[in-house]
Write a protein that binds this ligand. Structure first.
Ligand code: FMN
Length: 323
């Protein structure tokens, strides 16, 4: 399939794997890219720019296809060494960067000068337009369904994607709630040029995470995610568990007086314990509503091949049959 996104990134299929903390390591990124999609290494999971440089080198050993690096700008006082990460990305010869969290204007000139394509992930049309105006090559539009941070507008992709198409000139990926060929074909119909998947790629053979996490995804339904940190205007969609219940209880009790310190135990530093050690009730971890559509753990190659084959059938048989 050829779209503006496959052309822009130089990939075979219009399917990207979004950055995921403690999931987006070289193994997964390379597996997605080898299957013809665009895999992504998550920069901040690497504690230092040197570690990121090593992870990029590892990914290059595993694939000769293009892959991306996700650079997430966090709302923290002590910012990570962003210039160092950008240097590692440029010197590592990375072809695509996925930015997220806030306006990437400060790093854009460096990335563009190095010939890197920048796709900015955003949750609203106004932020997508801003990204377009500062020179991003594409955006990834994350609907309310998405795992991770859906923003504060709560607009699901059925509305957000056609709204993005009405306003944008640059190509965009549909992100949030994407799982299979039905998602891809629907996203294309709604105006996107490809899809970005997070949660679905966690339940793959190559995802470098504990089996308990993959099993939790298989066991969960679309009713099993919750929104946390809404009172802090840092809303995150996570898998429900006992830590999340505890966190929500604190939010209820403390109301508008809640501070980040009140919930630090449930959200700070929990990812390695969950993703690496499989300690499923230790804290909150991002997970999309799409979890209700995930019923198996294929390889990335099998997943992407299946999506593309079924998309072909959907378009040529089911949809064409209506005409
Ligand atoms: C476990 C997990 C961790 C994530 N970590 C990040 C991150 O560090 N930076 C980021 O920009 N997005 C992050 N995301 C969001 C994904 O890149 C993607 O936008 C989102 O998962 C899409 O929604 P979906 O899960 O419905 O496919 C994360 C998502 C998940 C599920």
């Amino acid at each position: 399939m050829k779209t503006k996104i496959t052309e822009l990134f130089g990939i075979e299929h219009p399917i990207m794997q979004g950055g995921m903390h403690y999931v987006g390591l070289a193994e997964l990124a390379a597996a997605v890219s080898n299957a013809g999609g665009l895999g992504t290494i998550t920069a901040l999971t690497q504690k230092t720019p040197i570690n990121l440089a090593n992870e990029i080198a590892k990914c290059k050993d595993l694939t000769d296809k293009p892959f991306a690096v996700n650079l997430t700008f966090l709302p923290t006082v002590n910012a990570p060494d962003y210039p160092g990460y950008v240097k590692a990305i440029i010197e590592g010869g990375v072809k695509v960067v996925e930015t997220a969290g806030r306006n990437p204007e400060s790093v854009l000139p460096y990335l563009k000068d190095a010939g890197i394509k920048v796709v900015h992930k955003c949750t609203s049309v106004r932020h997508a337009l801003k990204a377009q105006s500062i020179g991003c090559d594409a955006v990834s539009v994350d609907g309310f369904e998405c795992g991770g941070h859906p923003g504060e507008d709560d607009i699901p992709n059925m509305i957000l994607l056609p709204r993005a198409q009405e306003e944008l000139e640059i190509p965009f990926l549909a992100s949030g709630g994407m799982a299979d060929a039905r998602s891809l074909v629907a996203a294309l119909a709604l105006g996107a040029d490809g899809i970005n998947m997070g949660t679905r790629f966690m339940a793959t053979k190559e995802a470098p995470i504990h089996n308990n996490v993959k099993q939790a995804i298989l066991d969960a339904s679309e009713l099993d995610t919750r929104l946390v940190m809404r009172p802090l205007k840092n809303t995150e969609r996570v898998m429900n568990n006992s830590a999340v219940q505890r966190l929500l209880e604190k939010e209820k009790q403390l109301g508008d007086n809640i501070k980040f310190e009140d919930i630090i135990g449930e959200v700070a530093g929990v990812y390695p314990k969950i993703m690496t050690e499989g300690n499923m009730d230790i804290g909150a971890w991002s997970c999309g509503m799409v979890v209700g559509l995930i019923h198996d753990i294929p390889s990335c190659q099998d997943l992407i091949t299946r999506i593309m084959n079924e998309a072909n059938n959907l378009i040529t048989k089911r949809l064409n049959g209506f005409m």
